[in-house]
Design a protein around this ligand. Structure first.
Ligand SMILES: [Zn+2]
Length: 82
C-alpha cells in the first residue's frame, strides 16, 4: 500500500470533532441574531427578514405569527437563548 493512501485513509477515518459548548453558544448567538425580533423579542425557529423589515412580520405589518413558530420572552433562565 502506498504511504499517501494510508494517510488519506486515516484522515477520512477521523471522527468529526464534537462541538464544544463554546462553539454551540457561538452558533446559537449567530442563529439567534437572525431569528430574534428586536421589537417583540420573540425568538423564531426560523430566520426572519430582519435585513429587509427590521423585525418579524407581525411587528412589520401585523401578520400574526403562528405561536408554534417562536418562543415568547422571557426565555428560560438556563436556556442558551436567554
Ligand atoms: Zn416581532
Amino acid at each position: 500500500m502506498h504511504k499517501a493512501d494510508v494517510l488519506d485513509r486515516i484522515d477520512r477515518a477521523l471522527p468529526v470533532r464534537p462541538m464544544t459548548l463554546a462553539m454551540e453558544r457561538a452558533l446559537d448567538r449567530a442563529m439567534g441574531a437572525r431569528q430574534r425580533c428586536p421589537k417583540c423579542r420573540r425568538r423564531y425557529h426560523h430566520d426572519i427578514p430582519l435585513r429587509r423589515l427590521g423585525s418579524c412580520l407581525e411587528c412589520y405589518d401585523g401578520t400574526p405569527a403562528n405561536p408554534s413558530t417562536y418562543l415568547a420572552p422571557p426565555f428560560g433562565r438556563h436556556g442558551l437563548a436567554a
